[in-house]
Design a protein around this ligand. Structure first.
Ligand SMILES: [Zn+2]
Length: 580
């Protein structure tokens, strides 16, 4: 039966075309229908050419109708479809921000420590903060929290890398601040807290202080006068105390149920001669700790909504003391649950160490979950964003896998990526008795005929490269179909080569024989190619000669292999593997 006479098929196409037309002002897009039709009729997969002809016909019929006529037809035949389509098309939205209308402008921030490049673990904070700012036409701030030159030491190159990562993600900041530029501001508020008796300079040994607070008792420094505290503060600034000899503490309820809240440390001394800061060197010796710097900045920068992980809940409790002393209102805080990504390697210190020791080739080593590595592999920022937005800011912990991310990415790459053949670990296939020359026409994209074809001539002296995996699986006397070309019968399988004899041309024969479909490249139509896999191993092989023209940074699909991103193409193609 030719496709023309397949009534059931025509109905499927008509329905898809009408619904598609209704979504596009009455003009159905032929390219969008192929996938949908094949989804319902897997058996037509290999008849893409005939099918696309038929789709083209139906589409032009449908497009000649007015929108009213199209609507009437759907209502008559498939009344339920109209409703369903709508639901499917609806995008997942983020839940509204609390009290957004109380602020003149919504302001969010992302505040990384530039001690490593960004990775997938930061995606949630970035995407949600940026997305909400966009949603409310507000402002998204990037704030480098680089006030620990000793333990979480910032590194100059990461400031720029982080900016680059945000650009790539499509989350460019509207404003940028660097905390190491702002020490005088923190000093000013520290002094005010000391002067007003809401903070004190504690010179106790950390261990002594800990024992006291655990038993809900103040240390002796807590009762010092404001004058004495300001004097101690001056000694902190001018070198009278060494590293570890004095900290500024913000007073809290000394009996607070959570001991970690009690009189938290706000500023401390770092021996900046030994640990110079990469931006400001040894200029400062008193450095604010996280809650002091972030708390002051959120207020001064007008941040209205702080969106962060729930591990920060205690920090909010700490900072609220300071906010009350200074007469400020604490921003709205949204604390989301943990997002685990199984199999993703997200320890910053281990990444940095691995790079230093040469375990990884660089920040974009495919084994890492850094944005640089994801970008190299062809994982799109859109996929990351979509996944994060679908998860949203909920407080429950969520576990995702690489597969989840790949599924989002596949949806984006599939329509974009042209198809090619890549033969990994090439084995020889010789086919005898080929009756004539064949011209193989392989669509660049099965659903987008307008993109054109890759064409190869196969002469009667037919010799091919096929993947070792396919050669190893070949069995004598069984039939194989060379995709979009012809069917062969296997005669012998040796270590290095497979011999076969021409069987027939029709796809139908292959289907009846349940023959395996394999990809192939004619000898003489190859282009050298290597694919770097996610475990950093390299898959050497040959691609078809049409790959010679591919530009770096395009993503393509190597059929029966996976999606890859072209990284280099200088006489040899180097691609990075994304996923199946
Ligand atoms: Zn003390």
């Amino acid at each position: 039966m030719t496709l023309e006479n397949d009534k059931a098929l025509k109905e499927i196409i008509l329905k898809a075309a009408l619904l598609n037309a209704l979504q596009h002002d009455g003009k159905a897009q032929a390219g969008a229908l192929m996938g949908r039709v094949i989804g319902e009729r897997q058996d037509l997969k290999t008849q893409a050419k005939e099918l696309s002809g038929l789709i083209g016909k139906v589409v032009s019929e449908v497009n000649s109708l007015s929108v009213e006529e199209q609507k009437r037809k759907v209502e008559e035949k498939w009344p339920e479809a109209l409703k369903k389509e709508k639901v499917e098309e609806e995008e997942k939205r983020l839940p509204p921000l609390p009290n957004a209308d109380k602020y003149k402008q919504v302001v969010t921030r992302f505040s990384p420590n530039p001690d490593c490049v960004l990775h997938l673990g930061s995606a949630r904070a970035i995407v949600l903060s940026h997305e909400y700012a966009c949603l409310y036409k507000g402002k998204f701030i990037l704030r480098f929290e680089d006030t620990d030159p000793k333990v979480k030491r910032p590194v100059l190159e990461f400031y720029d890398r982080i900016r680059g990562d945000l650009d790539w993600l499509g989350c460019k900041a509207d404003e940028e601040y660097i905390q190491s530029d702002r020490l005088q501001i923190y000093y000013e508020y520290a002094e005010r807290l000391l002067r007003e008796g809401n903070a004190y300079v504690c010179t106790c040994q950390p261990e002594q202080f800990r024992k006291k607070t655990l038993s809900k008792k103040p240390c002796d420094c807590r009762s010092l006068s404001a004058e004495e505290n300001l004097e101690r503060w001056q000694r902190m600034l001018n070198g009278g105390y060494g590293e570890g000899e004095a900290v500024v503490r913000v007073k809290t309820d000394i009996k607070h149920p959570n001991p970690a809240v009690r009189d938290w440390p706000a500023l401390r001394i770092i021996d900046s001669k030994r640990y110079p800061h990469p931006r400001v060197g040894s200029k400062y010796r008193v450095w604010p700790l996280y809650n002091m710097a972030a708390g002051v900045d959120d207020h001064l920068m007008g941040v209205t909504h702080v969106i962060r992980g729930k591990e920060h809940l205690t920090n909010q409790v700490r900072q609220e003391y300071m906010y009350r002393y200074l007469g400020w209102k604490y921003p709205e805080a949204i604390h989301y649950g943990r997002l685990k990504i199984t199999g993703a390697f997200l320890s910053k210190s281990k990444i940095v160490q691995g790079i230093r020791e040469g375990v990884y080739t660089g920040w974009d080593d495919p084994r890492l979950a850094t944005f640089a590595a994801l970008r190299k592999r062809g994982i799109t920022p859109e996929a990351i964003k979509k996944m994060i937005i679908d998860v949203g800011p909920k407080t429950a912990d969520v576990t995702l896998s690489w597969e989840n991310l790949y599924a989002y990415n596949r949806k984006i790459l599939d329509p974009l990526s042209n198809r090619y053949f890549f033969v990994s670990e090439p084995s020889e296939l010789k086919v005898k008795n080929v009756p004539k020359s064949f011209k193989a026409e392989l669509p660049l994209h099965p659903e987008k005929p307008e993109r054109g074809l890759r064409e190869y001539t196969v002469t009667p002296r037919a010799e091919f490269w096929i993947a070792k995996r396919d050669a190893d699986a070949a069995e004598t006397r069984k039939m194989l179909r060379l995709m979009e070309l012809f069917n062969v019968k296997i005669e012998s399988v040796n270590a290095e080569s497979v011999e076969a004899v021409f069987a027939s041309e029709a796809y139908e024969d292959a289907r009846k024989a349940k023959a395996k479909l394999i990809h192939w490249i004619p000898k003489g139509a190859t282009f050298p190619c290597r694919v770097v896999m996610p475990d950093a191993s390299v898959n050497e092989g040959v691609a078809e000669s049409a790959c010679e023209k591919l530009k770096p940074d395009t993503t393509i699909q190597f059929e029966r292999f996976g999606f890859v991103r072209v990284d280099k193409n200088d006489g040899k193609l180097t691609a990075y593997y994304a996923h199946k």
